[in-house]
Design a protein around this ligand. Structure first.
Ligand code: NDP
Ligand code: KAL
Length: 257
C-alpha cells in the first residue's frame, strides 16, 4: 500500500500563525505530498497565512475566508471549493474559542452567552463543517479534530472549554457513525499543552508545561510536528480501520492517575 498523499487534497482550518497546531498538520501533510486548502476566520488573517504557506516549497494551495459561526459562510466556502477542486480527501478542524473571563475562576460562573459561544465555535462548528465537506469527499477520506484532556476530566481554568471539548468528543463519534457508510472516517487528537496564540496570556500555562516535564511518562512536552504526524496517520490510509477514536499525543500524561 502507498501512503503518499500525492494527488490528494486536504483542508486545514485554524492556522493563525507558525505556532498553530494547524500549521504543524499542514507541514506534515505537505511533506507527504498533499495539496492543501486553508481557511481562516476573517480577512485579517489572509496575508499572514499566505506568507506562511509560501514557505512550503511547490505547494499550490487555495485559500478561503470561513467564519465557522456563520452557516452561510461555511456553505459558501465548500460550494466554492467544489467548483475550484471538485473532490477533497480530508479535513483538519483546529478551531476553538471561549471568552477569556470564562477561562479562569469557577466554571459555575460561566454566563449563558459565554457557554453558548464556546460551544458554537469549538464544538458545533465540527458538525457544520462535516456536513458541508462530506459531499466533496466522493472518494471517502478523513476528518480530524483537536481536543484536550480537559474534556475528559476537570482541569483547572479550562472550565467552559472542557465542557465544549466533551461535546466535541461526542460529536466526533456521532459523525463517525453517520459518515462511516460513505467511507469517511472521523477522529480526534488529544494534544498535550503546546504554546500557541490561544494559550498566550492564559494564567498558569507555564506551570502546566512544567508539570508535564516532571510527571508525563516521556518527561517532556509534545511538539506541533508530533501532532502533525499523527494527523497525517489519521488522514491517510495508514489508519483505514480507525474511526470514532481519540489518540492522545501528550507524552502519555493522560495515563497517570
Ligand atoms: P491557535 O490560536 O493557533 O488556533 C486557534 C484557531 O481557532 C485560530 O486559527 C482561529 O482563527 C480559530 N478560530 C477561532 N474562532 C474562529 C471562528 N469563528 N471561525 C474560524 N476559525 C476560528 O491555537 P491552537 O493551535 O492551540 O488551537 C488549535 C486547536 O487545538 C483548538 O481546537 C485547541 O483547543 C486545540 N488544542 C490546543 C492545545 C494547546 O495546548 N495549544 C492542546 C489541545 C488541543 P483566526 O486566527 O483566523 O481567528
Ligand atoms: C488548562 C489549560 C490552560 C489554559 C486554559 C484555557 C485554554 C483555552 C483554550 C481556548 C481556545 C483559548 C481561547 O479561546 C483564547 C481567547 O479567549 C483569546 N485569544 C484569542 O482570541 C486569539 C487571538 C485567537 C487566535 O485565539 C482563538 N482561539 O481564536 C489548557 C492548556 C494546558 C492546553 C490548551 C491551550 C488547550 C486548548 O484547547 O487550546
Amino acid at each position: 500500500m502507498n501512503f503518499s498523499l500525492e494527488g490528494r487534497t486536504y483542508v486545514v482550518m485554524g492556522v493563525a500563525n507558525k505556532r498553530s497546531i494547524a500549521w504543524g498538520i499542514a507541514k506534515s501533510l505537505h511533506a507527504a505530498g498533499a495539496r492543501l486548502i486553508f481557511t481562516y476566520a476573517n480577512d485579517r488573517f489572509e496575508q499572514p497565512v499566505k506568507d506562511l504557506v509560501s514557505t512550503l516549497e511547490g505547494q499550490d494551495a487555495l485559500f478561503y475566508e470561513c467564519d465557522v459561526t456563520d452557516d452561510q459562510a461555511v456553505a459558501k466556502t465548500f460550494q466554492e471549493m467544489k467548483q475550484d477542486v471538485g473532490t477533497i480527501h480530508g479535513l483538519a478542524h483546529c478551531i476553538a474559542f471561549a471568552n477569556k473571563e470564562d477561562l479562569q475562576g469557577d466554571f459555575i460562573d460561566t454566563s449563558r452567552d459565554g457557554y453558548l459561544l464556546a460551544h458554537n465555535i469549538s464544538a458545533y462548528s465540527l458538525v457544520a463543517v462535516a456536513r458541508e465537506a462530506a459531499p466533496l469527499m466522493t472518494d471517502g477520506g478523513g476528518i480530524v479534530t483537536m481536543t484536550y484532556l480537559g474534556g475528559e476530566r476537570v482541569v483547572k481554568n479550562y472550565n467552559v472549554m472542557g465542557v465544549a471539548k466533551a461535546s466535541l468528543d461526542a460529536s466526533m463519534k456521532y459523525l463517525a457513525n453517520d459518515l462511516g457508510k460513505k467511507g469517511i472516517r472521523v477522529n480526534a487528537i488529544s494534544a498535550g499543552p503546546i504554546r500557541t496564540l490561544s494559550a498566550k496570556g492564559i494564567g498558569d500555562f507555564n506551570s502546566v508545561l512544567k508539570k508535564i516535564e516532571e510527571e508525563a511518562p516521556l518527561r517532556r512536552t509534545v511538539t506541533q510536528e508530533e501532532v502533525g504526524d499523527t494527523a497525517y496517520y489519521l488522514l491517510s490510509d495508514l489508519s483505514r480501520g480507525v474511526t470514532g477514536e481519540t489518540i492522545h499525543v501528550d507524552s502519555g500524561y493522560n495515563t497517570l492517575g
